[in-house]
Design a protein around this ligand. Structure first.
Ligand code: AMP
Length: 189
């Protein structure tokens, strides 16, 4: 299996680039944000628990996310590999993901980090709010999400760097330019 993590702050383009990568390398795209939004829309038990937290910009509890990941991996054992978008976001999640990968005799192969300046991220998210109307794309929530990213998620860069799995890519420019830069860093197995 070829398993990739697309890493970066909210608004760095993880979703857009993950979809393109999933198509090019025939990988199963797992976006925890999309999964949670779908649960909220269907008002499942999980969706109801996640909804209030998501509107504040804070993180949904690790155990719920790990459960989601467990079933995504379990239900897609035939996949050539996974591209994880928006997961892991904490050290607890990263360690749990390592364990889930071992269970399917696999491993995280590469972590691509999209590097985008704060001002650019804020501008992109405010623009997305106009187009998609996502409730968590407002000035206050964006500020919380960036703080949460810096305090809880960014430390994972070091976790993966120590394992020599981290590849940093400039996440500014056109979608195609960024996609090319990412692909130049991909080492499929
Ligand atoms: P995203 O679409 O990836 O920006 O995620 C939207 C929101 O869903 C986040 O602000 C969190 O509240 C929640 N979320 C998504 N992925 C995770 C995760 N891995 N851990 C905790 N919360 C998450």
């Amino acid at each position: 299996m070829f398993n990739l993590i697309l890493f970066g702050p909210p608004g760095s383009g993880k979703g857009t680039q993950s979809k393109k990568l999933a198509e090019k390398y025939s990988l199963k795209h797992v976006s925890t944000g999309d999964i949670l939004r779908s649960e909220v829309k269907q008002q499942t038990t999980l969706g109801k628990k996640a909804q209030a937290i998501m509107t504040t910009g804070e993180l949904v509890p690790d155990e719920l996310l790990i459960e989601i990941l467990h079933s995504e991996i379990d239900n897609n054992k035939e996949a050539k590999g996974f591209i994880f978008d928006g997961f892991p976001r904490t050290t607890v999640q990263a360690k749990a993901l390592d364990g889930l990968m071992v269970k399917v005799s696999s491993d995280i192969c590469q972590v691509i980090s999209l590097e985008v300046e704060d001002e650019e991220v804020v501008a992109r998210l405010l623009k997305r709010a106009e187009i998609e109307g996502r409730k968590d794309d407002n000035a206050e929530t964006i500020s919380t999400r960036l703080k949460v990213y810096k305090s809880q998620t960014a430390p994972l860069l070091d976790y993966y760097d120590k394992q020599c799995k981290l590849y940093k890519v400039k996440g500014e420019g056109s979608i195609e330019e960024i996609f090319k830069s990412i692909c130049l860093n991909i080492i499929p197995q």
